[in-house]
Write a protein that binds this ligand. Sequence first.
Ligand SMILES: N[C@@H](CCC(=O)N[C@@H](CS)C(=O)NCC(=O)O)C(=O)O
Length: 208
Amino acid sequence: VSYRLYGAHGSGASIVESVLAELGITYDYERLDMKNHAQREAPYASVNPHMKVPTLVTPEGETITESAAIVITLAERHPDGGVLPPAKSPERARALRWLLFGAAELYPIVEIIDYPERFAPEGADPAPVKARAQSIWNERWKTVEGALGDGPYLLGETFCATDIYLAVLSRWDLPTADAPKVERLARAVGARPALTEIWARNFPQRIH
Ligand SMILES: N[C@@H](CCC(=O)N[C@@H](CS)C(=O)NCC(=O)O)C(=O)O
């Protein structure tokens, strides 16, 4: 039995695809047609009651949702795979800090940009909500930009899964005009041998 990933083109599932590829793990991929809102219908709604992708089901049958939880779980299950620095190291703390910044401070803003009507008062024009979310998105990328050093990765020469996480999020909107270090990070991630195919397939508009 393999891992089973539920995802959709260009979505947060490409984070999980990328981590699995870096670990050299094969998996089954269930693609959902998000354009037709398949994530909000049976049978997927019974896999993830929050009705979002990604979801990863382990070979033992444990269902994991929340992209950061999936990344950390994979790193812990495959500790020699080099996707997170060693437990208790300062690098691990830094990797987790920015992984969670991505998951908690950046990723949720995407829902507001993509579905502003979910957040606008009923009957109100969602456009100002969307515009506000877009400017918060850009502000928060500036915080990431300020955290990146000489690169190419968050931890300098050492790659980790947080690089994948931030790189994928950076492909969704275009904060790169005033975030050259984020752009450099995304290019370095997309050029990794294990990831070029995943990158080209999920982000064809941003092939470098
Ligand atoms: N907190 C979740 C967020 C997942 C998420 O928002 N996924 C998007 C795709 S990138 C989604 O499924 N959106 C569909 C919807 O909101 O209906 C995670 O980190 O996995």
